[in-house]
Design a protein. Structure first.
Lengths: 319, 319, 319
């Protein structure tokens, strides 16, 4: 059985295949969708709300002809209140559906679910753990926008201590050749030592920086994240830090003409609306890519190699 | 692109076409539905709950072969909590779906959404603003039940100061010929001056009345709405007012044999259950018409002129 | 019109047919589903949350090609807040859908709904009233697992005073031949007199017991339910009682090799995880049977005799 529990489960070759499949999915979606998953049911089991991620998965399933049963807030509504374990919930729901998309607030929840599930489980975020489909769509977007992930120079900007997204992305970039990472954060929320240790081990070049304007000029990809107010001892210090990490027209002018700006969204002030119209603002295209990556992952989980064959046949039509 | 933001966007000719299409939709729904919107996804984005309106739209989409992604309470669950603007939410969701149905508590929300959306937006109510599909289904019901909207005499009854429904309906009726409106309300919640000014401008005849029994005998359409307790200084005054605006068997006897009673629903005492069995009680038929109007609007937004052509072909079969 | 309001509405012959249909449904679901209910819409109207039951019904509808409009918490979100009666809600929703699945906190709600609905209503639990699809799936599971319901010896264990499930199941078992029931409960929550009176009337043999271990050795079916803490005057007494009604490896050893363990789920400690791997642990298979029973009931409500004919044709293929 094929689960999607961690972005790390995919090696470089599988990532290449996945992104190829995601491109085919984009073509499929633009041409009226497919019946590949006709008759299949996806259970969207969200123990904490995330309308955006849920919608993206549901849309992906429907674009492939599948159907969806869905709960927005499983922790409040389900038998979890009556003391049922996650394992029992999964055992029951795996008799109702063909694939489970699980969002949970506890690290490791998706792995625990996969152990008892009789159907594939896709991790849609497990607390401070992983959110593999986000990492995969980030990588896919870089490859699509830049042509390749090898040789890129990328800045990750914002609160780098607690940002699950940037940790995962850093780990995944180690699978590519000659990547240079610039970690740009306020002094009190640097990238953690464990991430740096891993990059050292894998021989990835990285730098820790404070000045966004200096770094902006050097990179192919500017990956922005939110800076959270509650991390700072005073409002003044927060405003000072937050103000230093805002993409505006000034930053745009510093950036390379072919560089791109990414953001996992939602944003809250760290990219000004004046930036949206610039062709380098890729964050809404990035959100859209999430549907294609999830289509590819659903096909992978539910159809495995056969999906690959059908899709390759389709791909020939694309040329 | 075709958005549905305001009932006013449709001129008389377009209203005639829309109601013609809604009739075809009724025929379609009664005959197993259609595949017109097969492969299309509607996002029902409700920032405030309205199960009835949401169900009506979702049913309409499904009767046309489409699929639905849906949130019951976007303001509580979505990234709105994290400070995301409506514009950003719409930009992202328009990459997941083919049409957005938006319910929001702020006036103008649908228009703001349409400005940034890459797909059609249908206004399903924007606070004290508009609820165009309600107005359109009201008009459609009058035309269907009475044969024509021209020349009708209609009473609007209840709290006319705050009732969004009756304001919209008044404005829309000005597009028809020789309409007479009787506004029947307690003294402390009359129809606003701006509505009267508009009707004066358009040359629509109207009267302000207090006595429901007197008016009931004169009209073709009795449009009931709720009287809200909190508008009255004392419970006694409320009961007095509310008691004067109740449809019961006595009122039925006063009414013309071919007159109809409408209500946007839910009702709360202003039409007694004893009235339900009377053929003039049209309010549940009115609710049903909502599905056909919404089918027509979804077809209009997603298929435009082609929908018209396909539906006209279908219409020929109906004869 | 065919409603499903009570398990009692089915006589022995109809139960046999229904279970036959459920078996066909299992075959259908395992072979990619059916288009029997293509174009039909089920409204899942849950006035109190029950994700499990809702998912089971929605899955059943989708396996038959139907679509679903759904609300997780109708009492909080719908016009119920504005004072609308259940009857009015049902009248409106029956113009949006083809079948209503209703979960409500008030006894008799489903029967009230059926009286005003223009489409079939299925009772998915009405407070302390009935939950007929649970009773039917319980019976179906016994028949499937044991080959027959006639002649079985069954123990019902736990809080038997308030357990709606065990009351319904007891009543239903009276429709079968030579059934023996062992009621096993703490002294302060025995099976009610009205259930015993009914069984006396119908000539069903039953015993009231306290010792699970003694009974476990005698029965073909062990039907477990939760013991609720709030029923006991002190925590100590609760722990004492609860501890006596736990299925563990010791109980497994006492049980017949072909006996089965059932539980309506969710469980909360009364069956230890060590039991799950035993082939006699049938409670997750029981949950899965819920989908097949609900598929059969939806087909029965929406297609009536025609469903029977189509399914019998399908059944021939199965042989």
């Amino acid at each position: 059985m094929y689960h999607v529990l961690s972005a790390h489960q995919f090696d470089r070759n599988q990532l290449d295949q996945l992104f190829r499949m995601a491109e085919i999915m984009e073509y499929t979606a633009a041409n009226g969708g497919s019946n590949l998953l006709n008759g299949k049911i996806m259970a969207a089991l969200f123990f904490e709300p995330s309308t955006r991620t849920r919608f993206s998965f549901e849309s992906a399933m429907m674009r492939l002809g599948g159907k969806v049963i869905s709960t927005e807030n499983a922790s409040q509504f389900s038998s979890a209140i009556k003391g049922e374990t996650l394992e029992d919930s999964i055992r029951v729901i795996s008799s109702y559906a063909d694939v489970i998309v699980l969002r949970h607030n506890e690290v490791g929840a998706a792995t625990r679910a996969a152990k008892v599930s009789s159907i594939p489980v896709i991790n849609a975020g497990d607390g401070a753990g992983e959110h593999p489909t986000q990492s995969l769509l980030d990588l896919f977007t870089i490859q699509k926008e830049r042509g390749s992930i090898d040789n890129i120079r990328i800045a990750m900007v914002g609160d780098l201590t607690y940002g699950r997204t940037v940790h995962s992305l850093s780990y995944m970039l180690a699978k590519y050749k000659n990547v240079t990472i610039y970690f740009v954060s306020p002094e009190n929320c640097p990238i953690p030592k464990k991430v740096k240790d891993y990059l050292d081990e894998q021989g990835v070049t990285y730098f820790e920086e404070n000045d966004l304007h200096e770094v902006a000029a050097k990179v192919d990809v500017l990956y922005m994240t939110r800076i959270q107010k509650e991390r700072f001892p005073s409002g003044e210090e927060y405003l000072n830090a937050a103000g230093r990490y805002v993409i505006d027209e000034k930053v745009l002018k510093l950036m390379d003409e072919k560089a791109i700006i990414l953001h996992p969204l939602p944003r809250a002030g760290e990219i000004l609306p004046e930036v949206d119209a610039d062709p380098r603002a890729a964050y809404f295209r990035q959100a859209k890519n999430g549907v294609y990556i999830r289509m590819a992952l659903l096909a992978y989980c539910l159809e495995g190699k056969q999906a690959g064959a059908e899709l390759e046949a389709l791909a020939k039509v694309m040329v």
